[in-house]
Design a protein around this ligand. Sequence first.
Ligand SMILES: [Zn+2]
Length: 344
Amino acid sequence: MERRLCCVGVDIGATNIRAGVVDDAGQILGEARRLALAEAGLRAAIGRAIEAIREAVQNAGLSIADIRAIGAGVPGAHRSRDGICVYSPNFADSRGVPVLPPIRDAFALPAFMLNDVAVQTLGEHRFGAGKGYSHMVMIALGTGIGGGAIIDGELRIGPTEGFAEVGHMTIEPEGPFCGCGNRGCWEALAGRDAIIQRAIAKMQTARQTGIAESVDYRLGSITPALISTMAEDGDAVAIEVLTETGNYLGIGISNLIQLYNPEILVVGGGIAQAGPRLFEPIMRTVRTRALMVPASTCRIVPSRLADDAGIIGAAVLASEELARTQSQPSSAASSRLPSDGPQA
Ligand SMILES: [Zn+2]
């Protein structure tokens, strides 16, 4: 009997690194975590990811001999086929850093990678909220807004792995400046910092709110999760922040529905768990703005796998890419990862 049943997925975030052993049913059999310590650079984070992979395999009661392949999700832009990070802005030193070669060397196993949100999209599609749908879009709300798209059941990557890079579409021409250099980008209006700034701006007009008190007046400690909790408790300012954020999210989601015509749009990231206070304004905006492709044709739902989407998706990537390379070992054509085609 084939012993190697599992793949390992590793989610290399700028804050936390999580590795998990995942079986073919999408169940996590064992996991381990490390702090990413992004200021020490991506190379060091890969070292800690290797430790986490080793520990996750132990925690699952398995040995490396039981593992078929390893998949990794890493924020930023990559040449995934080569296993190289092109640039990951949240890590101090990331340009040209080899991601997969040290992992392959450490375990003598095949390893695969993609951008973190692409990997989460794969996880949500195979085992989460998008299971059973052929056309799915995922957005991940965090520091920025990432996106991923499944078309005809397949994850799409694009020739330079920029498919569904949705956070930098312009939503407001004269809007706030974005880290990318443009202004009015979607993530500059509905990303983490925008949500926090919206709350602070309201507090500065002496509005009555419990937000400042709940962080002992250290405004740097305000998080979207806190705002979401305060909104649940009925705090008027927090509710307003979620309503305005939901409106901006709804504008971007309307654009995505008209662009991709998805059957389901999955919203991931911590704030996605905020519930109706966020989803009602999203739905209201989408109903009024997505008209050519009516919003009623697309379900808009929170992520089901939540924090586990990254490791489950990375393990799915490993399993599926391994199967592709084994079925056509001499041809690169079967891989979803872009090859070095003609360049402009
Ligand atoms: Zn931008």
